[in-house]
Write a protein that binds this ligand. Structure first.
Ligand SMILES: Nc1ncnc2c1ncn2[C@@H]1O[C@H](COP(=O)(O)OP(=O)(O)OP(=O)(O)O)[C@@H](O)[C@H]1O
Ligand SMILES: [Mg+2]
Length: 337
């Protein structure tokens, strides 16, 4: 089974409650399992919490999976990668379940009226994998992968009370899973943000510099990591001008670009305009949209994705950092307000 995580070991600043929730899920697992959904913005530290769970799960068998955009259109692809290390345990399943499971994981899908039996097969397989020692199954970014995997894992996650199995899922802020507890990652406060910066910089930044950088990062750990990576020693000492947004070509910028790429071209264009429009008023934006050959209504998919709210008085970005990142990407693409 897999223990590897792409996230390096990091001191998690400001996540004591979240780490405790993950540990208590694992502490109680022999007496009865459970599940937890951790959701947050891009870069908020979801994978880092999964890595924390993996490190804490000493003595457990670990199955680690992640939802991949590239495989989102392949039913059960996520489940296939997650379960591959324990497929030899499928001999413990009744033959009709074994057959359904093999068929789904081979890419031949599952008829609608056999979904329940397939979900029971996955639950049974995990129970068999947890026979010798408790099991932790994690699926990072469950919302990015195929929908069928997310549905089966949600089914399984609701049925762990009598099994020594813990399931940890992560997703974006708009995703919820009925019947399992969810934890939303809040932005780090200024002290925690400064601590993340200080951990990553060779020299402690001057206090006003640290405070200014913490402010532009909006408490997002990835933004802080990205800023620390590009900060010059002179900037750290307050002798050179500071960036006004996290870098558009850092990891967070790439995550936002990927998020934008998933939107229809019209929506993307409109979103870039809205992010660059400082006054946020409807009239200016309607004019800018018309000039660019689009319309404010094109923002609907971005609203569903939780990036903006279209209100009578204008377009609002609920997360200031999302606006800053979209604007930084727009400027890097050569757009002007
Ligand atoms: N609480 C924290 N304290 C210090 N560093 C952190 C904290 N949380 C995350 N990090 C670091 O910030 C970066 C982003 O974290 P992570 O990859 O876990 O975020 P994510 O929500 O999974 O992002 P993505 O949108 O890329 O999936 C990583 O380098 C991670 O080590
Ligand atoms: Mg992640």
């Amino acid at each position: 089974m897999v223990n590897a995580s792409p996230v390096q070991i990091t001191v998690l600043r400001g996540r004591d409650d979240e780490c405790r929730a993950v540990r208590s899920l694992l502490d109680g697992v022999t007496g009865g399992g459970g599940a937890l959904l951790v959701h947050g913005e891009p870069g908020s530290g979801r994978s880092a919490l999964v890595a924390h769970a993996h490190r804490y799960a000493e003595g457990c068998a670990v199955l680690a999976g992640a939802g991949l955009v590239e495989e989102a259109a392949l039913p059960y692809a996520g489940l296939q990668r997650l379960l591959d290390p324990v497929l030899d345990r499928a001999t413990a399943l009744p033959s009709h379940q074994r057959h359904l499971l093999r068929r789904a994981l081979d890419g031949d899908g599952c008829p609608a009226d056999r979904q329940l039996a397939l979900s029971m097969a996955v639950l049974g397989l995990l129970a068999a994998a947890a026979r010798d020692r408790p099991l932790l199954a994690t699926m990072d970014d469950v919302d990015r992968g195929d929908r069928q995997t997310a549905q089966v894992l949600a089914f399984v996650a609701r049925r762990l009370r009598h099994l020594p199995i813990a399931v940890l899922l992560t997703a974006d802020v708009t995703t919820t899973v009925d019947g399992i507890p969810a934890l939303r990652l809040r932005p780090l406060n200024e002290g925690e943000s400064v601590a993340v910066l200080t951990d990553r910089l060779p020299e402690r930044p001057a206090a006003p510099v640290a405070a200014a950088l913490a402010a532009i990062c909006g408490g997002n750990p990835q933004a802080l990591v990205d800023v620390a990576e590009v900060l010059s020693p002179g900037q750290g000492r307050g002798e050179e001008p500071l960036p006004t947004t996290p870098p558009a070509d850092g990891a967070l910028g790439r995550a936002y670009r990927a998020r934008l790429d998933r939107l229809p071209p019209d929506t993307r264009r409109m979103l870039l305009l809205a992010a660059l429009d400082e006054d946020g008023g409807t009239a200016t934006l309607v004019r800018a949209a018309a000039a660019a050959g689009t319309a404010v209504e094109a923002l609907a998919p971005a609203e569903v994705a939780g990036l903006v709210r279209v209100e009578p008085r204008g377009v609002r970005f609920p997360q200031p950092l999302a606006r800053a990142m979209v604007a930084a990407i727009a400027r890097a693409n050569g757009c002007s307000p």
